[in-house]
Write a protein that binds this ligand. Structure first.
Ligand code: NAP
Length: 255
């Protein structure tokens, strides 16, 4: 039986890159999305391209019974997850401090911390049966550096790092490792279509002069998710072209 992984938000952008990476390494892949069609299409694609077992789920955010349903269904295939990748996130875009409704603020916290905790708990129960496992949070370098009008997102990503460390401690005795990948900017449509911002980010804000491709995030995730990192838990791996260690932007002099 192949090893297997559940990936939330595994149908697009970095999530699809992560799904493909695990499938290419021979993992059976369970894909979560808020839309069943998308997750099923991704699962079919993975099976056709990589010859692995894959199944898509429609996931209900911050719904513990739904999380239990998903993991019970995984078990019903005769499999238990070896790895959980928490990629889905509520981005909490355009939340202005004075006006953001508390419901919208809490939606982001509930998704990025509360729902992830629920997913960790059900996945960990399966990993305990196997005697080992690995949980990977796709976090963000915004857990250390704030960006404008993303109040709850920044708070949630910082909180999720604390959750990662607490789980790494509590689950270590079950040989379950918990780590976090911290992307900076990633080449999603959001960045590709934001030419000015993207150009400045590439050339002025990163010592390497480039931001992450999906496969950069996928490779870091696979490192934590697999036995390649079997003695590592509670750790962070930043994948941001060096954005975090650069103090100020380098603006070329006008000629
Ligand atoms: N893009 C960046 O520059 C960047 C930078 C730093 C960190 N990150 C982190 O990297 C991860 C992947 O980001 P990405 O930009 O590659 O992909 P993304 O498309 O922003 O997000 C991944 C998935 O999250 C799910 N999602 C979106 N809104 C949601 C909501 N309100 N509630 C629940 N799920 C939601 C979507 O899946 P479904 O529609 O299929 O449900 C989406 O495909 C995220 O955790 C993000 O916070 C991204």
């Amino acid at each position: 039986m192949n090893k297997c992984v559940f990936i939330s938000g595994g149908t697009a952008n970095s999530g699809l890159g992560i799904s493909e990476k695990f499938a290419s390494e021979g993992y059976d892949v369970f894909v979560g999305s808020r839309e069943l069609d998308k997750s099923q299409q991704t699962a079919e694609y993975l099976t056709q391209k990589y010859g692995v077992f894959a199944r898509g789920y429609a996931t209900k955010v911050f719904d513990e019974e739904d999380v239990k349903r998903v993991f019970a269904d995984i078990a019903s295939t005769g499999r238990l997850v070896d790895c959980l990748v928490l990629c889905a996130a509520n981005l909490g875009i355009r939340q202005e401090f004075l006006t953001v409704p508390m419901e919208e603020f809490m939606d982001v916290i509930n998704t990025n911390i509360g729902w992830n905790f629920m997913l960790c708990r059900e996945a960990a129960k399966q990993m305990m049966q196997k005697g080992k496992g690995s949980i990977v949070f796709i976090n963000s370098n915004t857990s250390y550096r704030a960006i404008p009008d993303r109040i709850s997102y920044v708070a949630s990503k910082s909180g999720a790092l604390g959750l990662m460390r607490a789980l790494a401690f509590d689950l270590g005795k079950y040989n379950i490792r918990v780590n976090a990948v911290l992307p900076g900017m990633i080449k999603t449509d959001r960045w590709q279509n934001n030419y000015n911002n993207c150009r400045n980010a590439l050339s002025n804000y990163t010592p390497l002069g480039d931001i992450a491709d999906f496969e950069d995030i996928a490779n870091a995730t696979y490192y934590f998710g697999s036995d390649l990192s079997k003695n590592t838990t509670g750790a962070e791996l930043t994948v941001d072209g060096g954005n975090m260690i650069q103090l100020y932007p380098i603006i070329p002099e006008n000629k």
